[in-house]
Design a protein around this ligand. Structure first.
Ligand SMILES: [Zn+2]
Length: 317
């Protein structure tokens, strides 16, 4: 459901604090800054590019006992895994849009390395890479960082995407997302930016006002398959999209972003086409966000701006 006429209504509801950058490169009280000691007593390295460590308060633990609970309609099982934190930069105030391409390539290479290493563990069948940016998204520390949750079972969103891509691939002997981006590139109304290897667009089915996706033009099941050129092209689109986001409402633009890619349970997944999605909450200014409540909770998602309008707006910045 798309109802763009709705944004004209006067807003007397909740407004958020505008996100201003901290402006300091080192904060002695930050648990992610180089050389600082974290709450569990471990001291961070004097790192110069990216820095990865196991989350001191991870939701998933490696030694969770395995169990099976099966009682009538109720079913549960033990889940093990590992949660990591990735600092993108030693600089406390630098966010992805501020980073130079070579530094962003380092971030991409860190994601590749973690996906491979964690995925090679026979107990890890899926690796979720994501970032929560901004206090509005529940991010507890302004130091630029992302997370990885790697686990034994395959989460529901990934299972749905695997089933849809597999079913399309079996029927058409072609990739679903490959076909989709071909159509988007031909129509050229929801494209935000593109280069030789990647396209950045507002997906046709977007529900968040400025939702976007960065998709490789070549079908590949995971980020480990990127060539040198593709890594730089991905980093460029990452920078372009997040710079446009910051320019949209003149704020350090909040979002949740994540990479969806093939599970790591040893199967082939030739139907999979990895992509990175961005779900930003802001609707019409730095302080007014979209609320997914009421009708959205009980019926279905409703958009306040069209996907084409959002793409045009971001393209023009
Ligand atoms: Zn910091």
């Amino acid at each position: 459901m798309v109802s763009p006429h709705r944004t004209k209504r006067p807003w007397q509801g909740k407004t958020e604090a505008s996100a201003k950058k901290e402006g300091i490169s080192y904060d002695p009280t930050c648990y992610l800054c180089p050389t600082n000691t974290r709450i569990n007593g471990v001291t961070n390295e004097d790192y110069k590019s990216t820095f990865v460590f196991t989350n001191d308060f991870g939701a998933l633990l490696e030694d969770t006992p395995l169990f099976d609970y099966n009682e009538g309609l109720l079913k549960a099982e033990g889940e093990s895994g590992i949660c990591k934190v990735i600092c993108f930069s030693p600089d406390h105030s630098v966010t992805i849009p501020d980073m130079e391409i070579p530094a962003l390539v380092k971030v991409v290479e860190t994601w590749q390395k973690e996906y491979r290493e964690l995925g090679n563990d026979p107990k890890i069948n899926y690796v979720q890479i994501f970032e929560n940016k901004g206090a509005i998204m529940g991010c507890s520390n302004p130091h630029p960082h992302g997370q990885i949750w790697a686990q034994h079972s395959i989460p529901t969103e990934i299972t749905k995407k695997t089933e849809s891509q597999k079913s399309y691939f079996d029927q058409h002997n072609a990739g679903l997302i490959q076909k989709y981006i071909q159509q988007e590139i031909e129509q050229d109304v929801r494209i935000i930016s593109q280069n030789e290897s990647f396209v950045t667009l507002v997906p046709f089915w977007a529900v968040w006002p400025y939702e976007a996706m960065i998709v490789p033009k070549r079908q590949m099941s995971n980020i480990g398959m990127l060539t040198e050129k593709e890594k730089a092209d991905f980093a460029e689109q990452l920078k372009i999209l997040t710079q446009k986001y910051d320019a949209l409402f003149d704020t350090s633009f909040p979002y949740s972003s994540g990479i969806h890619q093939a599970p790591t349970d040893g199967k082939a997944y030739e139907e999979w086409h990895w992509h990175m999605s961005f779900y930003p909450p802001l609707l019409r200014s730095a302080t007014v966000k979209k609320f997914m409540v009421g009708y959205e909770m009980f019926a279905m998602a409703q958009r306040d701006v069209t996907a084409e309008y959002a793409a045009e707006k971001l393209r023009s910045l």
